[in-house]
Design a protein around this ligand. Structure first.
Ligand SMILES: O=P(O)(O)O[C@H]1O[C@H](CO)[C@@H](O)[C@H]1O
Ligand SMILES: [Mn+2]
Ligand SMILES: [Mn+2]
Length: 397
């Protein structure tokens, strides 16, 4: 192990920004998925992401993103990572990045949740459950929201992921009550009979079905990590850890010293800018979820591309503000190809872009065999030992 090479590491997860089907995509019926590729195609050459481009976002691909040519000398190190976890949800992706791959598939509910779970939810909440099937969250509130406003019923739904989601109009079921019901739901599916990755509170507002919008009061109640993650090892070793956005939820707060909730991607980047002003030595881990929640699941490639361009602009500021002994690492947790069938995540490889102003040249990092290489590199940098899953690429930089 080397001793601390960089004083601060900023990890940014562009939620669901995959870069082409993974070798095991067939198992997930995701052959042919390519989030970045299909977003580029939708823009017909007009996707303008110059900062990601000079970091090597097209160089890491066989075929460049349309309109984003490969560059001769990327300023940083670029590669891809593939996932070993059983699932393709955010939890699997992030836990694996932090050295805890999810080995056993969590439960999914293609036919809705079993009667015993629904009955307990109804008893606890005193409300009737409606919905109870896999559905897109915006569709189900358009369909059942007005009924909920009249009856106070609970809208429960799922997706292809291991999630139990509860949608509630903020004026009908107050936020505090919704969170309480979600906390209770969490206790029903922590295993061994049913193990569900996330309970997600999905509050929304609006006068009628044509005007419902979901609010930033979404809250994810994730399964407690089933073991130690790199964040825990870092914290135990006295390394300062910061979680920005969904990171806190995904690790149930474990191993995170300083946490920020994001209202949006741009708000998340405000937090990154703010944390960059702070004087600390450690690891700041950010998740930007809009790509996934607002555009990937909605199969909206134009919105997805706009979000990438907006991020790219903010990335310009980050690149300017990085100090010589800072390291930036950008990646993703899974794909969510807006040009693909369905509305679920897609099993893809993810980009890996690594940069510090102190680098004299860039170079290749190849295809990493597990997302855990990301966390292994952070541990290596701070000279902390951890789970031994993953291989550090620190010495390759
Ligand atoms: O359709 P909405 O409610 O956005 O839900 C989506 O968001 C969940 C979490 O990312 C996914 O499992 C999918 O169900
Ligand atoms: Mn995700
Ligand atoms: Mn998602």
């Amino acid at each position: 192990m080397s001793t601390k090479k960089y004083n601060r590491i900023f990890g940014i997860v562009l939620d669901s920004v995959g870069t082409g089907a993974a070798p095991d995509a067939a198992k997930f019926d995701d052959v042919g998925s390519d989030t970045l590729g299909h977003v580029g195609e939708a823009y017909k050459g007009k996707l303008h992401i110059p900062n990601l481009q000079k970091l090597g976002i097209s160089n890491l691909r066989d075929q460049p993103i349309e309109g984003v040519d490969k560059v001769n000398s990327p300023i940083g190190y670029y590669g891809k990572m593939q996932e070993i976890s059983a699932g393709k949800d955010s939890m699997d992706g992030h836990w694996e990045m932090m050295g805890l791959p999810v080995e056993k598939s969590l439960n999914t509910f293609p036919n809705g949740f079993p009667a015993d779970i629904i009955q307990k939810l109804e008893e606890f909440s005193g409300r009737k459950v409606i919905g109870n099937r896999p559905e897109s969250g915006t569709k189900i509130i358009a369909e059942l929201g007005e009924q909920q406003m009249k009856t106070g019923d609970l809208i429960v739904y799922t997706s292809g992921d291991s999630v139990l989601q509860i949608a509630a109009h903020e004026d009908v079921i107050p936020l505090k009550e919704l969170y309480r019901i979600c906390e209770y739901a969490r206790t029903l599916v922590n295993g061994p009979q049913y193990t569900v990755g996330r309970i997600i509170a999905r509050p929304y507002v609006g006068p009628d079905k044509d005007h419902f919008t979901r609010t930033a009061n979404r809250h994810d109640f994730t399964l407690e990590p089933t073991g130690k993650t790199d964040l825990d090892y870092l914290q135990e070793a006295g390394v300062h850890t910061v979680g920005i956005g969904k990171i806190n939820d995904i690790f149930s707060g474990h191993g995170i010293k300083e946490g920020y909730h994001n209202e949006s991607n741009m708000d998340g980047m405000d937090h990154v800018d703010h944390v960059m002003q702070e004087d600390f030595s450690g690891f700041a881990f950010t998740n930007l979820v809009d790509f996934d929640a607002m555009y990937g699941h909605r199969r909206n490639p134009i919105g997805f591309g706009q979000a990438l361009m907006d991020f790219d602009e903010r990335l310009g500021t980050v690149l300017k503000n990085l100090k010589d002994d800072d390291l930036l690492m950008i990646t993703a947790d899974h794909g969510n190809d807006p040009g693909f069938k369905g509305t679920d995540h897609t099993r893809e490889q993810v980009p890996l872009l690594v940069y510090s102003p102190s680098m004299a040249t860039g170079g290749r990092l190849g295809t990493r065999q597990t997302f855990a290489d990301f966390g292994a590199t952070v541990l290596d940098n701070f000279d902390v030992s951890g789970s031994d899953v993953g291989t550090s690429y620190l010495s390759e930089l």
